[in-house]
Design a protein around this ligand. Sequence first.
Ligand SMILES: [Zn+2]
Length: 141
Amino acid sequence: MPAFMLTIASNIYKQMIDHLWAVYPAEGCGFLSGQNNIATEIHLITNQHHSPTSFYMDPKEQLEALLDMEARQLTLYAVFHSHPDHPPYLSPADWQAAVDWPVVHLVVGLNNPASPQPKHVETKGFIFHDQEIHECPYKIV
Ligand SMILES: [Zn+2]
C-alpha cells in the first residue's frame, strides 16, 4: 500500500500536458491544487529561465497562485515541470526542490528520444517523506 497517492482530474491532467507542449522545447511548470484529495485546479507559472534544461518559477506568479489557493480554500497537491526530450527523473536540482518542499513533484518527460513512440509523454511523481524520496503513484480520474 503506497503511503501517498495523487489523484488528478482528467481535464486538469490534459491541461497540464497541453501547456507543457505549448511551451516546448522549454521546460514548463506550475501547481495542481484542489480539495478532498483530488487535484481539480491548475496554476500555470512562467519559467523565467525559458530553458530546455532548467526552470525557475516566476516568484510573483507563484505567490499569486498560492494566495489564490488560500482565498479559495484549495490545497496545493503537486508542483509540476517538464523535461523536454528527456525522461521523467529528478535532476539534482529537482531532488533538492523535492526535499525543500515536501509535496508531490510531478515530472513530465516529453518526447523522450529513447522511446520509439513520437511525442511520447511519461509522467512520474515523487515525494520526500521519512527522510527519503519516494516515487508517488498517481491516478487520473
Ligand atoms: Zn527537472
